[in-house]
Design a protein around this ligand. Structure first.
Ligand code: ZN
Length: 149
């Protein structure tokens, strides 16, 4: 099995997208999975869903995905923009990520699950500042106030 076919299957990539190549970077402990689309692909406006021709392409983008084994994994693609007669020029939706996100949907799901499991989601940004055992808390968590004098 080719590495491109392996990643196509484990990522669930479907036409018109396909995995064009996979680059392993051992010094950086990462894998880059390059995605391209079939030229004959028919695109739709992400706003109204009507058929729309390709207008141009955004610069190459990269999305952080879940690790492949112990290697950081990134998806890389040049995403087309379409010109809708009603909504103008818009970037097409990609199946692996939300618009404008730098993470894949699966990576975001994993991050949310980790935050929930650790209770960090309740405290948002203050979770990273949780006091170490034995140290004195310097900031209240979740708006609670310490009664220590
Ligand atoms: Zn439209």
């Amino acid at each position: 099995m080719q590495d491109t076919d392996l990643y196509r299957q484990i990522l669930g990539i479907e036409l018109p997208w396909y995995v064009s190549r996979v680059e392993l970077d051992i010094p950086c402990e990462s894998v880059r999975v390059y995605l391209e689309y079939k030229i004959a692909a028919e695109w739709t406006c992400p706003s109204c869903g009507s058929a729309a021709p390709v207008y141009d392409h955004r610069d190459e983008r990269m999305w952080r995905h879940l690790d492949s084994c112990q290697l950081k994994t990134y998806l890389v693609a040049v995403v087309p923009r379409v010109k809708c007669s009603q909504h103008g020029v818009l970037t097409v939706a990609v199946p692996w990520s939300e618009p404008e996100s730098r993470f894949t949907a699966l990576f975001e799901r994993f991050a949310i699950d980790v935050l929930r499991a650790t209770g960090a989601g309740k405290c948002g940004a203050t979770a990273a500042r949780q006091p170490r055992p034995g140290s004195r808390p310097d900031a209240p968590c979740c708006g609670s106030r310490s009664s220590e004098a």
